[in-house]
Ligand binder design. Structure first.
Ligand code: IMP
Ligand code: MG
Length: 338
């Protein structure tokens, strides 16, 4: 009997953990029939290196780099013009995006009025991509689904037909955007994005929960955040991390504020999502800067280690003891393969 199975990649911090890199790497395995974005819109910016070339995608899922059907899922909000432009840029680089990218018919359209509404926004420091207003209108039932916009007809698919009526099993790599710290429910409200960034949103895209095979959480050995709240720690090594790690927003170019890894927050994110495997990207950046601190309690108390090996051992032990689903921790670098 036909099955629909998923692996889920999601962010455990405030976005920019390197999910794009992880999805790109997993997509090369040949295991997947689909890659599907399950939340957010063009507020996301996934930096991907493919055959030595740098790509920044905002809407197009990373399956396109390996010839895999790439769906923008029903929980997303879609700036149609931006999507069309992104497909065109990828086509120019020799990637067959126009035959691989499809949009779930129930995704919502980001309208010009949504973008205009955010043009002068500064209260929480959004990406000004119309994301919040589009989700607001969706939930107020005054929005517009892409199927009603008439401009994307050739790209639309019914998400149920696509996953459940296609031939053979569907094995879907679910690509998350943003992260737990920006989740509309779990994040530091109102300094959040307007979508659910947890595994719940991936399940909502059409996969039964018991068929979620693997949940892969992505983090960095430090934390970054873009937005209006004060977030950066004051240790000079954190500015070094910002510089060495080139921590600038892929969508807006804003500097990302840096702080130490917050372990209690990371445990919460891993447990709510049932993370099996946790990948830390940019370990090389952290090692190069050479100051190894970590936040260990809810009052913001820090621990400091002499070496990166001591840091890794402590973090691993802490996470393994606190996260029942966690099986594996991977220390990865930037920007290439995991
Ligand atoms: P919005 O998603 O544009 O409404 O922005 C809300 C908050 O989420 C702001 O602090 C943004 O900087 C942040 N944000 C949204 N998308 C991303 C992302 O992909 N990476 C990092 N921060 C993001
Ligand atoms: Mg990003």
């Amino acid at each position: 009997m036909k099955r629909v199975i998923a692996d889920v990649v999601l962010g455990l911090q405030a976005g920019d953990e390197g999910k794009g890199k992880v999805v790109h790497s997993l997509a090369s395995s040949g295991d997947y029939t689909h890659v599907m974005r399950f939340n957010g819109g063009s507020n996301a910016g996934h930096t991907i290196y493919h055959n030595g070339e740098k790509f920044v995608t905002h809407l197009v899922p990373a399956g396109v780099f390996y010839g895999i059907k790439s769906i923008v899922g029903g929980g997303c909000v879609v700036d149609i013009m931006k999507l069309v432009k992104e497909i065109r840029v990828l086509e120019k680089a020799g990637i067959d995006a126009s035959s691989l990218v499809r949009v779930a018919s129930n995704a919502h359209a980001v309208q010009t009025s949504h973008i205009n509404e955010e043009a002068g926004e500064s209260a929480i420091g959004t990406t000004r991509t119309g994301n919040g207003p589009a989700y607001r209108d969706k939930h107020a039932r005054s929005g517009m689904r892409v199927e009603d916009s008439r401009t994307l007809e050739s790209l639309l698919v019914d998400p149920y037909d696509e996953l459940w009526k296609s031939e053979g099993d569907s094995v879907v790599l679910m690509e998350g955007a943003q992260g737990f710290g920006l989740d509309i429910d779990w994040g530091d409200y109102p300094y959040v994005s307007s979508s659910n960034c947890t595994v719940a949103a991936a399940v909502g895209a059409g996969v039964p929960p018991q068929n979620v095979r693997r949940v892969i959480g992505v983090a960095k050995p430090y934390v970054t955040y873009v937005g209006a709240k004060e977030f950066a720690g004051d240790h000079p090594a954190l500015s070094e991390i910002q510089r060495v790690g080139a921590e600038f927003g892929a969508t807006t170019g804003r500097p990302r504020q840096c702080n130490w890894l917050n372990l209690p927050e990371l445990v919460k994110a891993a447990n709510v999502n049932g993370v099996h495997e946790l990948i830390f990207n940019k370990t090389d950046v952290f090692e190069e800067v050479g100051v190894f601190q970590v936040i260990v309690n809810d009052q913001g108390g820090n621990a400091e280690f002499e070496s990166i090996d001591d840091f890794k051992a402590f973090v691993k032990n802490y996470l393994m003891l606190s996260c029942p689903a966690l099986e594996k921790i991977v220390w990865s670098s930037s920007p290439d393969e995991i």
